[in-house]
Write a protein that binds this ligand. Structure first.
Ligand SMILES: Cc1cc2nc3c(=O)[nH]c(=O)nc-3n(C[C@H](O)[C@H](O)[C@H](O)COP(=O)(O)O)c2cc1C
Length: 308
């Protein structure tokens, strides 16, 4: 058997646990039928990337710029990457300091000088609609982080005209307060009634500058918008772990509901909500087993790389 196959094999402890298990009830048979979702195949075909001109070459050194010394020598990076997990439940109590919150948001900005943005060769088209619940020193409410501040007038014109648009100057980033107040219930509803959206310190919807991006770059940019939301999500996952809290990316949300909250015209696709995220104090689920990362590999294969 090739070595990689043995790494994929079911761990012995799991087989033993199943053997020793006490079974109750009757298991359902998995359905042999297959459900077709033609819309997904149609979207896949419509958004295939055609051959496009390569982006302007940036030097290898610019893309792989070494992390600042303070980061490189910090042994926590490897530990944080390996310990990252999604929260399945939030405690409804834990908050974050305003400095940590501002720092997390700053890392989602498309500043090319640090990863993962050094690897992104496309413009920022995703903005963050933040539902603040428990940030010390910041009033709960709806905020927006304009990741491309040049689009503030266009986005503002598309939203409810009653929003305040007060720049949170102390953040040092393009963060604006739209409407203050308790938004836990609203964002829980917007996130398919998932309690983790309201029981966190803050949660957010990622809203794309949608029609313009597809008009300018073609239908395949639909996929690129999701790459961008994914990058922002992974930054937040690691930032949450580093801050001693936890987070979850949420693909289940009601986009029309989010658009209604913001006042965005439902009949228009200029702006489109694409992904949700939540950050807060996690409640461990005792029924889940967590093994060390790469536990199936022999120890000599998981020595941390020096650059981490
Ligand atoms: C595209 C996508 C959508 C997801 N949507 C949800 C969601 O709506 N609610 C949720 O609780 N978790 C959601 N998750 C998180 C997954 O449940 C989680 O990543 C998975 O259980 C693996 O756990 P891990 O992130 O700890 O490795 C989503 C993950 C992905 C990749």
């Amino acid at each position: 058997m090739p070595a990689w196959r043995s790494w994929l094999a079911t761990p012995r402890f799991a087989i033993a646990a199943v053997r020793a298990g006490h079974w109750t009830g009757t298991a359902n048979r998995l359905s042999p039928s297959r459900v077709d979702w033609p819309a997904i195949a149609a979207v896949e075909a419509a958004t295939l990337k055609p051959s496009t001109a390569p982006p302007p070459l940036r030097s290898f050194a610019a893309i792989h710029a070494p992390a600042p010394r303070s980061m490189r020598d910090d042994p926590r990076a490897a530990a944080i990457i390996r310990q990252r997990r999604s929260a399945v439940d939030m405690d409804g109590r834990t908050g974050l300091s305003i400095d940590v919150f501002f720092g997390m948001l700053a890392r989602t900005l498309p500043d090319r000088s640090h990863p993962p943005w050094t690897a992104a060769d496309f413009p920022a088209r995703i903005h963050l609609c933040l539902f603040v619940h428990r940030i010390d020193g910041l009033s709960p409410g709806l905020y927006v982080l304009m990741r491309d501040e040049a689009r503030i007038d266009a986005f503002r014109a598309a939203c409810h005209d009653g929003f305040a648009w007060g720049h949170v100057v102390s953040s040092g980033i393009p963060l604006y307060a739209l409407s203050l107040g308790d938004c836990r219930e609203a964002v829980t509803h917007a996130s398919c009634f998932q309690a983790i959206a309201g029981d966190s310190a803050f949660s957010l919807g990622m809203v794309a500058d949608f029609a313009r991006t597809l008009e300018e770059d073609g239908a395949w940019a639909y996929r690129r918008l999701f790459w961008e939301t994914g990058l922002i999500g992974q930054v937040l996952y690691l930032e949450a772990e580093a801050a001693g809290v936890r987070s979850t990316g949420m693909g289940c949300y009601f986009d029309d509901f989010v658009h209604r909250l913001l006042g965005i015209d439902l009949g228009d696709d200029a702006w489109q909500s694409l992904y949700h995220f939540t950050v807060g104090g996690a409640v461990e689920d005792e029924r889940l087993t967590t093994l060390p990362a790469y536990d199936q590999l022999p120890p000599e294969r998981i020595k941390p790389s020096r650059s981490l």
